[in-house]
Design a protein around this ligand. Structure first.
Ligand code: 5RP
Length: 250
């Protein structure tokens, strides 16, 4: 078990934020230390937790502790970070099978199903992570939920063409009864993904009753590109909390 040191307080808020950063770093580093070996094809996730896994991989390649690793980034942000660390990059076109993928999550339920995509990278994340022999999820303990859809948005990537029509269809979906749907905005304009699509964020007042039915119904809508329910994909979740890192295996 890794124990996280508590620093002397500056202000309660800054200490709390610093501690969350520390937890993300601990779990990000541990994921690479425990699951990445020389010669592997590795999927690199997106977000503030995955950032530390990418950093650790860069360090270990630079020091020679890991060799012959190639990686597939799940966003332009992660691609830039990986390039800045000289991590050799490939694509699914040439490397359709990955040994491991490492990524954060927005929600993790007791069965290790996930909500992902509040950072906007869900399509590339799912394309890459579904092809990995092991999908390792790294979170701090604030991401644990009793049911999916309860702590914030469940994102759906949609085509810009007639997005309002698709948004309304999502609102009317049987398996999503009672959800509110909003087009994600950034700087007063629709948020645009790395794939030039939009995101519709779904908000629920109680957990999604049947996530599998929701996933199937959303996927059946023409105009939807992908959704942020990552079901039955996780191999292990590394959860950082104030007492160290807990590992939950599927
Ligand atoms: C991006 C994601 C991220 O993995 C998710 O939002 C978690 O990010 P963070 O580690 O910054 O909380 O799905 O699309």
């Amino acid at each position: 078990r890794v124990t996280v040191a508590v620093r002397p307080a500056a202000s309660a808020k800054s200490v709390m934020m610093a501690d969350v950063e520390e937890l993300k770093k601990v779990v990000g580093y541990k994921s690479v230390d425990d699951y990445v070996s020389s010669g592997m094809v590795v999927g690199l996730g997106t977000g503030s937790t995955a950032y530390f896994a990418v950093e650790r991989l860069g360090q270990k390649l630079a020091s020679g502790e890991l060799k012959d690793v190639v990686a597939i980034p799940t966003s332009l942000r992660t691609k830039e970070q990986a390039e800045s660390l000289n991590i050799p990059l490939v694509t699914l076109d040439t490397h359709p099978k990955l040994d491991v993928a490492i990524d954060g999550a927005d929600e993790v339920d007791p069965a290790l199903n996930l909500v992902k995509g509040r950072g906007g990278a869900l399509l590339r994340e799912k394309m890459v992570e579904v092809m990995a022999d092991k999908f390792i999820v790294i979170v701090d303990d604030s991401k644990l939920v009793d049911g999916l859809g309860i702590s914030g948005a469940m994102p759906v990537e949609v085509t810009p063409f007639c997005w309002e029509f698709t948004l309304n269809r999502l609102k009317q979906a049987k398996s999503l009864t009672g959800c509110d749907a909003k087009l994600r905005m950034a700087d007063g304009k629709p948020y645009v993904t790395d794939n030039d699509n939009y995101i519709v964020d779904l908000y629920f007042t109680e957990p999604i009753k049947d996530a599998q039915a929701a996933a199937t119904e959303i996927n059946s809508m023409v105009g939807v590109v992908e959704h942020g329910l990552f079901l039955d994909m996780t191999t292990a979740v590394l959860i950082a909390g104030k007492n160290g890192v807990e590992v939950k295996l599927k």
